[in-house]
Design a binder for this molecule. Structure first.
Ligand SMILES: C[S@@+](CC[C@H](N)C(=O)[O-])C[C@H]1O[C@@H](n2cnc3c(N)ncnc32)[C@H](O)[C@@H]1O
Length: 278
């Protein structure tokens, strides 16, 4: 595994991260304002960074890991096996997100069983971590619970065209489920698999196609190739998850600093007090 970039980054130690308040504003790679913070997030199976971008907008310092080189990924990037990296370095991060490949569980995949079941393996490893975690995947993946997000929850539409792109987010903490508001004017635009890459007659039967430009705008992503966009999730989804995650981390941090103060509080020396009162 190529870990040279990880070594070069030299992440700070966990103790000094995630202050209760975030600090100054900063521009993200996709041109959005976000708050620079010392809360770190590991984005496993990161692809070109759709999920990572949402977390960055929510205030996280994102490091992505992918087995393939991802030259368009705008965040700190490490090339390597996601689960090997998780086992070796997961404890160095404040929070962890994983988007294992969905081909195994997607109804659009032919011979799905030929693809590895990385979802269960990922959850088995993440369950051993104290840090909060998230696993994102398609409907049909073996998640045990979570929130299902939809483009209509975030206004991902334009002139009556919209994306549904349902994805489940299994979280290690409790989140409330927002409601879909599917637009009834016409079928949603789909941005999946071979139909988006090479449109055939057959595609029109089960999906509505949009131009690359329209799909980029609906997704809220303008830095990826077509192939990368097909794999990505809209940053709006993880910005929503990330804001709740930030709230959890800050509460955790406040709780541990209160506990530390109470442990350090001086004990009352009643004997001395009695002597002084005479
Ligand atoms: C669904 S895509 C992730 C998309 C990403 N979440 C986004 O929003 O842009 C899954 C990624 O997992 C990567 N991948 C597959 N097996 C992997 C492994 N063993 N370790 C690391 N990455 C892997 C693929 O190269 C692919 O980029």
């Amino acid at each position: 595994m190529d870990m040279t970039q990880a070594e070069a980054t030299g992440h700070p130690q966990i103790m000094d991260r995630c202050p209760p308040e975030t600090i100054e504003g900063k521009e993200s790679a996709a041109g959005q304002l976000f708050h620079a913070s010392s809360c770190s997030l590991l984005d496993l199976f990161c692809g070109a960074g759709g999920a990572g971008e949402g977390y960055q907008r929510a205030g996280f310092d994102v490091t992505g890991v992918d087995i393939k080189p991802m030259l368009n990924n705008p965040h700190r990037f490490i090339r390597g096996d996601a689960l090997e990296y998780l086992e070796a370095h997961g404890h160095e991060y404040d929070a962890i997100h994983a988007s294992p490949p969905c081909q195994r569980y997607s109804t659009a995949t032919r011979e799905a069983e030929k693809h590895p079941d990385l979802y269960v393996k990922t959850r088995d490893i993440l369950s051993g971590f104290d840090a909060p975690w998230v696993i994102e995947n398609v409907i049909g993946a073996p998640y045990s619970h979570g929130v299902k997000l939809c483009g209509t929850m975030f206004g991902l539409d334009e002139d009556g065209e919209w994306i549904q792109r349902h994805r489940n987010f299994e979280t290690s903490w409790l989140m409330f489920q927002p409601e879909c508001n599917h637009l009834k004017t016409q079928r949603a635009i789909t941005i999946t698999g071979h139909c988006f890459l090479t449109v055939t007659k057959d595609c029109a039967r089960h999906s509505r196609q949009g131009s690359f430009d329209l799909c980029q705008r609906l997704m809220g992503i303008d830095w990826m190739s077509r192939k990368e966009l097909v794999q990505a999730i809209p940053p709006a989804y993880t910005e929503f998850i990330g804001r709740d995650l930030m709230r959890i981390l800050k509460a955790k941090r406040r709780q541990s600093s209160t506990q530390a103060t109470m442990t350090r509080a001086p004990r009352i020396d009643y004997e001395r007090l009695k002597q002084r009162r005479g």
